[in-house]
Write a protein that binds this ligand. Sequence first.
Ligand SMILES: NC(=O)c1ccc[n+]([C@@H]2O[C@H](COP(=O)([O-])OP(=O)(O)OC[C@H]3O[C@@H](n4cnc5c(N)ncnc54)[C@H](OP(=O)(O)O)[C@@H]3O)[C@@H](O)[C@H]2O)c1
Length: 338
Amino acid sequence: MRAIVTTRNGDVDVLKVETRPDPVPGKGEVLIRVKAAGLNFADILARQGLYPDGPPKPCVMGYEVAGIVEAVGNEVDRALAGKPVVAMTRFGGQAELVVAPLNQIFEKPEQLNFEEGAAVPVNYLTAWALLVTMGGLNREEAVLIHNAGGGVGLAALDIAKHIGARTYGTASPSKHDFLKARGLDHAIDYRGQNWLPVLLELTGGRGVELVIDPLGGSSWKKSYRALRTTGRMGVFGMSTASASGIRGKLRAMKALAQTPRFHPLALMNRNRGVFGLNLGHMWGEGEKVAGWTGEIVRGINEGWIRPHVDRAFPFDQVADAHRYIEARKNIGKVVLVP
Ligand SMILES: NC(=O)c1ccc[n+]([C@@H]2O[C@H](COP(=O)([O-])OP(=O)(O)OC[C@H]3O[C@@H](n4cnc5c(N)ncnc54)[C@H](OP(=O)(O)O)[C@@H]3O)[C@@H](O)[C@H]2O)c1
């Protein structure tokens, strides 16, 4: 099979399409012929050498795929063969074939094509955990979604709209019209101006009850200041470190140095909460994740979850796909097709 291999840390030239042995499904596993594989920011950070959870290189990245079950392992219902499925994969997804255990797959909803199917797991599970499970967002509240035009951002917007919360989002200005058309109440440019006074003005000086922040470093300090009383901040990434080579290392060090500390007594006295999420550390919590997946599939069937694929790049153009996201051009998901 062909697979996208991140050969070492570096710029996009370290990405190669190579031939690898076909994987074989073991007990309780299925073999999937991949029709589309999700590309996530984590894959870019891994290529840059800034993602501690990534496998040793050379490696095949890829956390999610949509495709067709080609074969099944022992103790798996043979009727699954030929079925269209979506799978969470612990790496290895950016390949023509991938093996996944049964508890990491679900049947692809009919109304989604394969590219949209591959856009569901990481973005929507992350957004669900942040907004619903840990953030406890409700309809009387307001939420600030950073990078609202990205993959997780658009997923969070779908969920926040369904809850009925007031929505504020930061994004590059070129994405604002799209975001408003998707239902975002207030789009804020966070690159050409200081977004905090703008948000405070829009909220009558009060701030919001929930902020989700994947930027890291000094952004977490600022987002915390945007919280209203009983507000919660969910931290889940360090996009701000993104860069190849020494520049990335320096940015990561700067972000770490600027990371704020939150004292429990200060949280208590200000009626605020701070929590973190790393979906990549949830592999041992299959039942929990399956519960969230069930809610997301219900949302797809009811029409309030609408995965948006911006572009699909063929495997051979994986370098362009990475560059596209790094240049902040994507609105929603980027997928790779064999
Ligand atoms: N902890 C977890 O479990 C988890 C799971 C999924 C994702 N994440 C994190 O969530 C963030 C979003 O992930 P995603 O896969 O959905 O990607 P994405 O949002 O599609 O990421 C790309 C967008 O992020 C914004 N951005 C902010 N800083 C950037 C930078 N330094 N370089 C390039 N783009 C930057 C850009 O949009 P604008 O300029 O328009 O804002 C860009 O279009 C990432 O930090 C990722 O690591 C964490």
